[in-house]
Design a protein around this ligand. Structure first.
Ligand SMILES: [Zn+2]
Length: 392
């Protein structure tokens, strides 16, 4: 039976090792995938630029996700060059054709005065709070840091804005903007779960802010206690948002927001609800249709639906607003297939979803090749709270 020293010696003879200066050339020319096999606490104290972190214990299970092409050169390193030597042997056994181990490891790299990076990392409290995200490879620590850097603007803190804001806040979206000039009243509480009975008469935006801050103090909430208008839309959107969640559900805001989002280049997650039906889609400027590609102009007031308040099953905005939060998280993380050019419809009575494709209109007055609308239009508030469904 070989001792550790003997085994290490034997492995060293079987693998290829390179020194720090040579490794640096490989790293700078991008000719090798660089894998750090140390433990998390070591990684957090600094690592070689462009390296990916796969602790030795996870190497076999995670290397193919990080380096799919087995003919690509892989440079492995640890702190002193021993763990990476064993790791190199393992990769060769897995079929990697060109594996190198950094002799002297990260210690020698630093001793040579070569550049290294300090990673951004979640602290212990955040690692616990977002542990169920960290367990998903598509999110992980990098994704969680991305969410904490994300900025999502919610238009409306009502039925759709309630679940959307709560889930986005719980997920750790770092900055949430809330635009709402309304106050909480009794008829809201049947579905607007971000508010409560004790908040009756308070500003909805402020009430939502208090609930969100109690849920997750990591979230910075920016309140806009105003209604979106042609006068303020550039100022509000100009603060820089990655995604807008539209929970306004009225024509004037919908058209104004559409035009502004196309001009500011910000994707809008649209949602609307009526009685037992809800729908959602993503309007991503110039990649998919915008709202005006589907409906170039609002209907004339005499053809608009009744201006009586529309009834809605209390849970319906919970379903649609949650789907909107899902789209906003996907867009922020850059994962999955956002609902661009796809309208997802939900029928609460049937308990069924239907999807239809939506096409861009090359003659769209806003996002088309020869736009005819180039300035904001404030449409008359002819049917606030009525249905603005995309489908007839
Ligand atoms: Zn368009």
């Amino acid at each position: 039976m070989a001792s550790y020293r003997e085994l290490l010696q034997q492995i060293r003879e079987e693998i290829e090792e390179i020194g720090a200066p040579q490794a640096r050339e490989l790293v700078e020319e991008g000719e090798a995938a660089v894998v750090d096999v140390r433990e998390r606490d070591e990684w957090e104290e600094g690592h070689i630029p462009r390296a990916v972190h796969i602790p030795r214990g996870n190497l076999e299970s995670r290397i193919e996700g990080a380096v799919a092409d087995k003919s690509r050169a892989v440079l492995l390193y640890c702190s002193g060059g021993n763990r990476s030597a064993f790791a190199a042997k393992t990769l060769e056994e897995l079929g990697y054709e060109n594996v190198l181990s950094l002799a002297g490891g990260f210690t020698d790299w630093k001793r040579n005065g070569l550049p290294f990076e300090l990673p951004r990392a979640l602290d212990e409290a955040k690692r616990r709070r977002y542990s169920r995200h960290l367990l998903i490879p598509e999110v992980g620590e990098e994704g969680q840091l991305k969410l904490l850097d994300s900025r999502v603007l919610l238009i409306g803190a009502g039925g759709l804005g309630s679940p959307a804001s709560l889930y986005l806040a719980a997920a750790g979206v770092g900055t949430l903007g809330i635009v709402d000039d309304d106050v909480v009243d009794e008829t809201n509480l049947q579905r607007q779960i971000v508010h409560s009975t004790e908040r009756l008469g308070e500003s909805k935006a402020e009430s939502a802010k208090r609930t969100i801050e109690a849920l997750n103090p990591d979230v910075n909430v920016k309140v806009f206690q105003e209604r979106l208008t042609a006068e303020n839309v550039d100022r509000i959107l100009g603060e820089g948002w990655d995604v807008i969640v539209d929970g306004a559900d009225n024509f004037p805001t919908r058209y104004l927001l559409n035009d502004a989002s196309v001009w500011h280049g910000i994707p809008v997650v649209h949602g609307s609800i009526y009685r037992f039906e809800g729908q959602t889609t993503v309007f991503k400027p110039h990649e998919g249709p915008c709202y005006r590609c589907l409906f170039p102009q609002p209907p004339p007031p005499e053809l608009a639906p009744s201006c009586a308040e529309g009834g809605v099953l209390g849970v319906l905005p919970g379903v649609i607003g949650s789907l909107q939060a899902n789209e906003a998280l996907k867009l922020s993380l850059g994962i999955g297939e956002p609902l661009v050019g796809r309208l997802l419809m939900f029928d609460a009575l049937a308990g069924s979803f239907t999807e239809i494709s939506l096409r861009r209109d090359p003659d769209c007055p806003v996002c088309g090749e020869n736009p005819t609308i180039t300035d904001y239009i404030d449409y008359v508030e002819f049917c606030q709270g009525g249905r603005t469904h995309v489908t007839p």
